[in-house]
Design a protein around this ligand. Structure first.
Ligand SMILES: Cc1cc2nc3c(=O)[nH]c(=O)nc-3n(C[C@H](O)[C@H](O)[C@H](O)COP(=O)(O)OP(=O)(O)OC[C@H]3O[C@@H](n4cnc5c(N)ncnc54)[C@H](O)[C@@H]3O)c2cc1C
Ligand code: FES
Length: 357
């Protein structure tokens, strides 16, 4: 089941840069089917740290590709970050980690007959799902072209530099790499600094033609993604061609609040999960649907709790909710009644959700 955690052993740890390690997991034969993944998907880890009442969950994109038959993630240290520091400083080969099966939708269907042009934008650890997709395209679609724009601070902080250069040597006609650095001078001014709207306009003028690109993939800080996405849309690119993967949300949005009426302070939540239906009361203006159900002991799927990953997606069968943020659901899914339970707060006195559809 996708909601179940499995214990996997750490097979290898490789220091990629000063502040980033990659971790290869040993997936035993009997779990290979459960952990089967598509390029660009992520794994979610759960760990309880001393002093914390609850275990925490963190997601990490697979930087390996399905055709490699390995399961590898790369974790970049975040200042004061609980899980990323643990992985970078304490995790050892042979240790066991609790892991949820792969999930995620930062991908496109590949086919050996495709003759497409893909453009990727990545910054920092945002390279992880990108290199996975890129390796799978190179393995499956021999006639497709790939352009990568990848921003880092300095040369020695370019995660997977050697692997990218090796891929370029193997596929010189298919793969074009463009590195941008913020703390080191590049010969070509266009490649100095962060990837911005202004830079994208230069790239679109000199290095690719927006009318010829089939799909765009971007992964990096929220501000970069939103800026590049709106620049592409201004250039006339159909939003459906743009795939975004957000690793975290910088600006926390407040929870939606409703005006309470005397005697109407509680919403009756009806929930179906794994074939079982149950009900419980939820006070308005307190917990999200996800948090309230977790407190009831329900075994609900979640990862980021930030409206990003969509792991907690559920269908609203009846009643009304308000979502604080939504960075993951497509307009079509919202039209079809799907909500992110981690971001949804009831606004009606009865709400029914179903996690099984
Ligand atoms: C779908 C998905 C895929 C992801 N893939 C990767 C990946 O491949 N590699 C990777 O390194 N990370 C990835 N992340 C981010 C990762 O899940 C964690 O958020 C990150 O490692 C920080 O966790 P932490 O426990 O160390 O920090 P926390 O203890 O949660 O946070 C500590 C502090 O750092 C800030 N912070 C949290 N996350 C970030 C961030 N990403 N950048 C800057 N500041 C931050 C917080 O606001 C807080 O102040 C991914 C996230 C998602 C949702
Ligand atoms: S848990 Fe990630 S969007 Fe809800």
């Amino acid at each position: 089941m996708i909601h179940d955690l499995y214990e996997l052993q750490v097979k290898a740890i490789t220091r990629e840069t000063d502040d980033c390690v990659s971790v290869t997991l040993d997936v035993p034969q009997e779990l290979k089917e459960v952990f089967k993944y598509q390029q660009g998907q992520y794994l979610t880890f759960e760990k309880k740290f001393d002093g914390n009442a609850e275990p925490i969950r963190r997601s990490y994109s697979l930087c390996s590709a399905p055709n490699e038959n390995i399961w590898k993630v790369a974790v970049k240290e975040v200042h004061n970050g609980v899980f990323s520091n643990y992985v970078n400083k304490e995790l050892k080969v042979g240790d066991k980690l609790m892991v949820l099966p792969p999930d995620g939708r930062f991908l496109t269907k590949l086919d050996s007959t495709h003759k497409k042009q893909y453009v990727f934008f990545a910054a920092g650890s945002g390279i992880t799902p990108v290199i996975s997709i890129l390796k799978e395209i190179l393995a499956v679609e021999k006639q497709s072209d790939i352009l990568l724009f990848y921003g880092s601070q300095k040369t020695d902080q370019i995660i997977f530099l050697e692997e990218l250069m090796a891929l370029k040597n193997l596929h010189p006609a298919q793969l074009s790499l463009h590195f941008l650095l913020t703390r080191e001078e590049m010969e070509e001014p266009m490649f100095n600094g962060r990837i911005t709207k202004y830079k994208l306009l230069s790239f679109a003028r000199y290095l690719f033609n927006v009318d010829e690109v089939d799909e765009y993939f971007m992964c990096g800080p929220e501000t970069m993604l939103l800026e590049l996405r709106s620049a592409l849309i201004e250039l006339g690119v159909d939003a459906k061609k743009i795939h975004l993967e957000l690793f975290g949300v910088q600006i926390q949005k407040p929870k939606p609040q409703i005006e309470l009426k005397a005697g109407h302070e509680i919403c009756k939540v009806k929930m179906t999960l794994d074939g079982r239906t149950f009900e419980y009361p939820l006070h308005f203006n307190t917990d999200s649907i996800l948090d309230s159900a977790l407190k009831q002991g329900a075994h609900l799927p979640f990862a980021c709790k930030g409206g990003v990953c969509c792991t907690c997606k559920t269908k609203l069968i009846s009643g009304q909710v308000q979502m604080a943020v939504n960075y993951g659901l497509e307009p079509e899914e919202i039209k079809n009644g799907y909500i992110l339970s981690c971001q949804s707060f009831p606004t009606s006195e009865q709400v029914e959700v179903n996690f099984d559809v």
